[in-house]
Design a protein around this ligand. Structure first.
Ligand code: UD1
Length: 431
């Protein structure tokens, strides 16, 4: 799917409809992508269940195929055979499509002893350097030459396990180190590691393939290198950000939803934020019932932090909800510099939000009204979709390709619980 084609789609949202019914949360994008990279290390077939149908997952599959893997897909199951891995170059167009493509680096060099790739792309959330990834891999013996935006990486023999301390618990750098260290010579002790549930999922996958990784979910991860990995069958964890977005859809429309197949333990600060906004929540097993209040209350303070803090990915969706609250909510974005691009678009719908540096102050308004808006990035796009669901009249949302990176069949899912959303395909000049 070329970006040009995707840009010419928009969602027509007829707002002011309460959502009622059941929604199933699909598998986590941010687990599926590193696990697909990890499948490069497997000498026999890896079978992954609960893989969402997302454009980022398609990109990862294209990277695997380019490198020589055979990948079969049947519904939400991906079977990856990396036994014939032959190429060490990830083409620039695929690197540019998503930032997570950088996690292929650790796996490719571990398997082939070399890799060629360019700097990654992804949502534009301010500077997203990869210095932590490169410093850690260099410490493991990787020689990296940066040349005209390209990285030429080689390692004589195997990578070497060693102590590594990250100056920030970067999710991507933690994953890259785990992938590089799983089959390295000796033991790697990774301190100040990211603690996100997706890190645990990656460790579970690798261990099921024969790796020796302990401590995932804590700040220190110990990876004892093994000679090689086999295959396994693995179920990807539910997507906690999709769960948060569905909760927000119930909250912002004054509706009531039963969410299926989610893990509430992955939403430690997100669920309290919805409770603070006045939503009733009841969980049982892998289900969560949410009922919105008559009028939403503000969420006094939302500070994004590495897990188990409030996730930066849920900041924009929750901000959309607070834009309709009876009072003032304050957001502090601590992970990324430019993660308020949705604010200007929310203002077009009638929200009252002021941004100063990392802080956004949301004065709730009694109602929003539909308007043409553009998704600036994946989660910012989700915030605008949510605001459109609640707004009076029609909202036309362009930049839909951002949403397709992280939400499977979003308009179909939301339509099944009462939203009125249509995807429109526009001629070139109409946008
Ligand atoms: C981040 C989020 C993750 C989210 C993803 C997509 C955190 C901690 N991570 O992961 O939950 O799913 O975005 O939105 O919330 N950094 C460096 N040098 C590096 C790597 C990172 O300076 O080599 C900085 C980044 O610029 C950023 C911060 O560290 O300010 C977080 O980066 P990281 O966790 O690596 O980001 P992602 O893996 O993209």
């Amino acid at each position: 799917m070329g970006e040009r084609v995707l840009r010419l789609e928009r969602l027509r949202i007829e707002g002011s409809r309460k959502l009622y019914g059941e929604l199933t949360v699909h598998g986590a994008k941010n687990s599926t992508l590193p696990i697909l990279a990890a499948s490069l290390l497997c000498k026999s077939e890896a079978v992954l269940h609960n893989c969402p149908a997302l454009s980022d997952v398609d990109t990862a599959v294209r990277i695997l195929r380019t490198l020589g893997c055979r990948v079969r897909r049947e519904r939400d199951v991906l079977a990856i055979d990396s036994s014939q891995l032959c190429d060490d170059e990830i083409p620039e167009n695929l690197m540019r499509e998503m930032r997570s493509s950088i996690v292929f680096l650790g796996a490719v060099v571990s398997r082939l002893g070399k890799a060629r790739l360019s700097f990654p792309g992804g949502c534009e959330l301010g500077p997203r350097p990869i210095d932590l990834h490169l410093t850690a891999l260099r410490k493991m013996g990787l020689s990296i030459r940066e040349d005209h935006g390209c990285l030429e990486c080689t390692v004589p023999g195997r990578l070497k396990g060693c102590p590594i301390s990250l100056s920030f618990p970067s999710v991507g750098a933690t994953e890259n180190v785990m992938l590089a260290a799983a089959c390295a010579e000796g033991t790697t002790v990774l301190s100040n590691a990211a603690r996100e549930p997706e890190i645990c999922d990656l460790a579970d996958f690798l261990n099921a393939c024969g790796a020796r990784i302990s401590g995932a979910g804590g700040s220190v991860i110990v990876i004892e290198g093994v000679e090689s990995l086999g295959g396994c069958e693995h179920w990807v964890i539910p997507d906690r950000i999709v769960a948060a977005t569905y909760l927000a859809a119930a909250a912002i429309t004054g509706g009531e939803l039963l969410l299926q197949h989610l893990d509430c333990s992955h939403l430690p600060l997100v669920l309290p934020a919805f409770e603070e906004s006045g939503c009733l929540l009841k969980s049982e097993g892998d289900q969560l019932w949410v009922k919105a209040p008559e009028r939403l209350r503000p969420v006094k303070s939302v500070r994004t932090m590495p897990y188990p803090g409030f996730p930066t990915d849920a900041q924009a969706p929750v901000m959309a909800v607070t834009s309709l609250a009876d009072g003032t909510s304050v957001f502090v974005e601590n992970i990324f510099e430019s993660r308020y691009k949705h604010v200007g678009e929310l203002l077009r719908l009638g929200a009252n939000i002021k941004v100063e540096g990392r802080v956004a102050v949301v004065e709730g308004v009694p109602g929003l009204s539909g308007a043409p808006v553009m998704a600036p990035d994946l989660r910012g796009g989700a915030a605008l979709l949510l605001a459109g669901l609640a707004a009076e009249g029609t909202t036309l949302l362009t930049g839909v390709h951002h949403l397709d990176r992280g939400y499977e069949a979003i308009e179909e899912r939301l339509s099944s619980v009462g939203a009125v959303i249509h995807r429109e395909f526009l001629p070139d000049s109409a946008e």
